[in-house]
Design a protein around this ligand. Structure first.
Ligand SMILES: Nc1ncnc2c1ncn2[C@@H]1O[C@H](COP(=O)(O)OP(=O)(O)OP(=O)(O)O)[C@@H](O)[C@H]1O
Ligand SMILES: [Mg+2]
Length: 342
């Protein structure tokens, strides 16, 4: 499948004639070169948006909100394709998976490739209506509206990246149901405390506004009791996502590539590290609660380059485990890497 987002063209197969960033066999992202960008600029908007297989109405061009491109990012082929399609379609997406699996970075990196601005915020039970929707502030006899995360993204045509969506209080989520609907809008009203004058604005979604949430659970509770603080998601809230993408840790070969390229450790060491991580992940069914995330692996690789191996594995891995898990992890370190720790 090939998708085109304004200047960015993405093809999910080998791309011999394009400028392909050579990083693993799945790296198939193509960025247009400068000349193509110039040609692109002279096209009308409808021509710009013409995709091969899809009509894409969504390109807005680069902005100060466009995330940094990570040269070492390895696009997960299946998830990238699905998310790209959903973005092109304008659908709300929930990405669910364990800690440090790459959920948020997938959104940020695709947005970067598409030159699309992102408004990112993380939910907690302290998340308030004024933080996400905004608030009226009194200035003399007037009131000015100050956007929150959602209204800012709605107004400016950004991708709203709502991280830790399962931390938001369910009743607050009810407030955003209307925004998540097709053609959704919100009415922002305020009454001046002294003059009682009413201020009102009807804010419609910019056509390029997108809603993508990430979470560790799908809001049915956390069977493993690992993700404390997560809330149950109201069924109507869950139903407002067109799709849910399940994102697990990357397959072994991809994870090794990522560790090698991001930390500079030798491939043989990265392979052993990923083996330890995978065995720890398998041990979850036997009661391990430690989540060996890609984030842990990247930290381990980095500190392995700076400190003796026993010190690095303590700093980046062992110190994150409880007493019971530490015992298992230590023995895996011994088996796979010959690392002895006290
Ligand atoms: N495909 C990838 N290629 C290179 N680096 C990656 C990839 N996926 C994730 N990473 C890196 O792994 C780390 C964790 O990724 P990220 O923060 O996206 O995870 P997450 O699933 O959102 O985690 P959490 O649930 O804790 O929010 C980041 O440093 C990110 O840059
Ligand atoms: Mg995240």
């Amino acid at each position: 499948m090939e998708l085109q987002f304004g200047e960015a063209k993405i093809k999910y197969a080998s791309y011999p004639d394009g400028k392909c960033i050579n990083f693993g066999k799945h790296r198939c992202m193509v960025r247009w070169d400068k000349k193509m960008r110039e040609e692109q600029k002279s096209l009308s908007k409808s021509e710009k948006c013409k995709g091969r297989n899809l009509k894409c109405e969504s390109f807005i061009g680069s902005s100060i909100f466009t995330p940094e491109f990570d040269e070492q990012y390895l696009l997960p082929p299946v998830e990238s394709e699905i998310l790209s399609l959903a973005i092109a379609e304008g659908d709300n997406v929930l990405i669910v998976g364990p800690a440090g699996a790459g959920k948020s970075s997938l959104v940020l990196q695709l947005a970067s490739i598409f030159n699309w601005g992102v408004e990112r915020f993380s939910c907690s039970d302290e998340t308030t209506s004024s933080k996400i929707m905004g608030q009226w502030v009194v200035t003399g006899d007037h009131m000015d509206w100050v956007d929150g995360h959602i209204t800012h993204a709605m107004r400016n045509g950004l991708i709203l990246l709502e991280d830790e969506a399962d931390f938001m209080r369910p009743e607050l989520r009810g407030e955003v149901h209307s925004v998540m609907e097709q053609g959704g809008s919100v009415t922002l009203t305020g009454v001046h405390p002294k003059t009682n004058k009413i201020f009102r604005e009807n804010l419609k979604k910019h056509p390029q506004f997108r809603w993508i949430s990430t979470a560790n659970t799908i809001g049915y509770g956390d069977d493993l009791f690992i993700f404390h603080g997560t809330q149950y998601l109201n069924a109507a809230s869950r139903d407002r996502y067109e799709i849910i993408i399940n994102m697990g840790y990357r397959p072994t070969s991809e994870e090794i590539e990522i560790v090698v390229h991001k930390t500079g450790v030798e491939r043989s060491i990265a392979t052993q590290m990923v083996r330890v991580a995978n065995d720890c992940r398998d041990s979850i069914k036997d009661g391990m609660i430690f989540q060996f995330s890609l984030r842990r692996l990247l930290s381990w690789g980095k500190y392995h380059q700076k400190f003796p191996s026993e010190v690095a594995c303590k700093l980046s891995v062992l110190n994150f485990t409880n007493e019971t898990d530490r015992h298992t992890v230590k023995s895996l370190m011994r088996t796979h890497m010959n690392i002895e720790t006290d």
